[in-house]
Design a protein around this ligand. Structure first.
Ligand SMILES: Cc1cc2nc3c(=O)[nH]c(=O)nc-3n(C[C@H](O)[C@H](O)[C@H](O)COP(=O)(O)O)c2cc1C
Length: 133
């Protein structure tokens, strides 16, 4: 999977609880609540990093979108980061998210298995690319 070069965007916000579905899927995500009025990159999946309050940056596959697989066109617009090789709890933490190369657009999958298979490919693409920014 190719990764398209796009302008780098830096986001900042607090990690809030999502639906908890990500953990069930094997891809737990940090839902980052960005302040109202924040300009977001176009919906899609991106390679980037999540920076914790201790300043350490961790490679992440970032999803910006409305989770069309579950909510059709009417989902809430979310910034979610799947942080690679990471187990810690991030709830309540203020983090920065560096949004780098674009991996693909959001897709409405027919089933959860397809979504999970694609997320694994996304994570591979991010890992291969290494850390932007
Ligand atoms: C790498 C990655 C790729 C994703 N791609 C899609 C996608 O193409 N379509 C979609 O509907 N949701 C996509 N999502 C969002 C997932 O649907 C979402 O993370 C999952 O439902 C868990 O949501 P929760 O945080 O509310 O539990 C993606 C998430 C990640 C981390």
């Amino acid at each position: 999977m190719g990764v398209e070069e796009v302008p780098f965007v830096l986001l900042e916000g607090v990690v809030v609880r999502g639906d908890g579905r990500g953990r069930e899927l094997g891809f737990p995500t940090a839902n980052v609540e960005v302040p109202a009025g924040t300009s977001l990159p176009a919906d899609g999946i991106y390679a980037g990093w999540l920076e914790r309050s201790d300043g350490k940056r961790h490679l992440a596959a970032i999803s910006i979108g409305t989770r069309p697989t579950y909510y059709g066109a009417h989902g809430e617009l979310l910034v979610e980061a799947f942080v690679l090789d990471f187990e810690d709890d991030l709830y309540g933490e203020r983090v920065r998210v560096g949004v780098g190369g674009r991996v693909r657009g959001q897709v409405r999958f027919e089933g959860e298995d397809e979504l999970v298979a694609q997320m694994a490919l996304d994570a591979d693409a991010v890992r291969r690319l290494g850390r932007p920014g």
